[in-house]
Design a protein around this ligand. Structure first.
Ligand SMILES: [Cu+2]
Length: 128
């Protein structure tokens, strides 16, 4: 069962940060041909920094236009998700941090490179 550790992690993440307002941080790993975690759980209204890292042997992207469009973020972060495209594109070995405040919902994720979705590069962002 993976539910319990996830619930525990959610509890830890929901504890208010006292001193500096450092946003919670989660890592999403892109690889040939997967997202880890495939289902990313976030808390609605809680600012989070998502660290995207590409450990694949070529380029990949995290495409989730509805998720990024619904989330609140500043202009610099909006640029990192390629504005209206709602996509984080990474070459081999690259990484990018996006800080945003997600809106409740379940959003589909895929890699837009040809054939990669079919090979397993799909996932979800679940915000509640
Ligand atoms: Cu890909």
């Amino acid at each position: 069962m993976r539910i319990f550790p996830l619930a525990l992690a959610a509890l830890v993440l929901s504890v208010p940060v006292t001193a500096a307002e450092t946003p919670a941080r989660v890592t999403v790993t892109l690889a040939n041909f997967s997202f880890t975690p495939a289902d990313l759980h976030l808390h609605a209204g809680q600012t989070v920094t998502i660290h995207f890292v590409n450990e694949g042997s070529g380029g990949h992207d995290f495409t989730a236009p509805e998720f990024f469009a619904a989330a609140a973020m500043d202009a610099a972060n909006r640029t990192r998700v390629e504005g209206g495209k709602g996509r984080v594109s990474l070459g081999k070995g690259e990484s990018s941090d996006v800080t945003l405040t997600p809106k409740a919902g379940t959003y589909k994720v895929h890699c837009s490179h040809f054939g990669h979705s079919t090979l397993g590069m799909t996932g979800k962002v679940i915000v509640d």
